[in-house]
Design a protein around this ligand. Structure first.
Ligand code: KG4
Ligand code: ZN
Length: 334
């Protein structure tokens, strides 16, 4: 069988990224431009600035990726693009670039849902084995999804309020860590112990999550201690928050695997880079004989590689878009 090369573009938030992947599983080259340092000054992503940065970077990352791969656009089979969900202005830049390349070089345009991209990042480690449960934990999503085949998604549950990554970033801010706070909080928590008593969120029978109560509990605790003139131990508070958040995620994931009698778990999204979550999921899967797949750190946060990888499986299923494809800030996983 002839090899299939997909060029994938991702620009849904603050990374402009382009990648070429062979047969869905082999990364040939990637070029990513991150805006973290710019948005850090504002404590979060500023959509208008993000779009402008994507405009500056989009052609640079595409050219750089092709150069690293020693390939021309003519050599790829199709162009895969994140069309949503994400920041509308940011998505549009990647989408217009992808449409232009698709039109000029007569290559199929493959539409990829951002969360499908995160899920398919696991294909860069090993081929997906169905049925599986995908735990999606990112800045904008916290979801449990059942998959019975390629691109056959069934949402079992999700967050009722804040996404886990959003909650990490907000709690980190209260503790005094700069954006994006998730990785910094993860690091700081290693110096502390979960000594502060915080509620385990939405400890019920559903597959849903809720993190705003936990976030408020951290803010209140911090505030009350400040008012009493007590010094908060930031590392202990970070460890206590992580302990409660991770326990909630792991227990809901374990329940879904058990109820649906599924023994393959894949983890996706930026928060999959979290060391405590990785460790806790590893232990739970070992105890319950579940096959666990978590992408390496570099594939957890937003990147073009995951889009090119999912683009391969979509291409095989003939999931092509026409030039009416639009970017969408929210859109159901499909
Ligand atoms: O998937 P992603 O790159 O962007 C979205 O699609 O949302 O996820 C970004 C999120 C941010 O909230 C960031 O703080 C969080 O992932 N994150 C982490 C870690 N690394 C990234 N959260 C906790 N621990 C980490 N090690
Ligand atoms: Zn993402």
């Amino acid at each position: 069988m002839k090899d299939v090369y997909i060029l994938g573009i991702e620009s849904s938030c603050d990374e402009t990224s382009c990648s070429i992947v062979k047969n869905g599983t082999v990364e040939i080259a990637t070029s990513t431009s991150t805006q973290i340092a710019i948005h850090e000054n504002f404590g979060g992503v500023v959509p208008e600035i993000a779009s402008r940065e994507h405009v500056k970077n989009i052609t640079i990352v595409i050219e750089d990726c092709l150069k690293k791969a020693n390939m021309k656009i003519e050599d790829v089979n199709a162009i895969a693009i994140t069309y949503g969900p994400g920041l509308i202005g940011s998505l549009l830049i990647g989408l217009e670039a992808a449409k232009t390349l698709s039109y000029i070089y007569n290559k199929p345009l493959i539409p990829i849902h951002h969360i499908a991209g995160h899920i398919y990042a696991n294909s860069l480690v090993e081929e997906l084995k169905f049925p599986l449960i995908a735990l999606v934990v990112s800045g904008g999503h916290t979801e449990l999804i059942k998959m019975t085949d390629h691109f056959k998604f069934e949402k079992l549950g999700g967050t009722l309020d804040d996404a886990i990554g959003e909650c990490y970033d907000k709690v980190a801010r209260v503790i005094g860590l700069s954006y994006p706070g998730g990785p910094k909080l993860d690091k700081l928590s290693k110096e502390g112990k979960p000594t502060y008593k915080l509620p385990i969120p939405l400890n019920d029978n559903s597959y849903n999550f809720s993190f705003s109560g936990l976030k408020s509990a951290v803010i209140n605790l911090n505030h009350n201690e400040e008012q009493k003139g007590n010094k908060i131990n930031k590392a202990d508070l970070a460890a206590s928050f992580q302990d409660a958040a991770v326990k909630s995620i792991v227990s809901k994931t374990k329940k879904a695997l058990k109820d649906y009698d599924i023994n393959n778990l894949i983890v996706a999204g930026g928060v999959a880079a979290n060391s405590i979550l990785r460790e806790a999921l590893n232990d739970m899967c070992k105890e319950n004989n579940i096959h666990l797949s978590i992408p390496p750190m570099k594939y957890c946060t937003d990147n073009g590689t995951m889009i090119a990888s999912s683009g391969y499986y979509a291409y095989k299923l003939n999931r092509k878009a026409d030039y009416y494809l639009n970017s969408m800030s929210t859109t159901p996983l499909q």
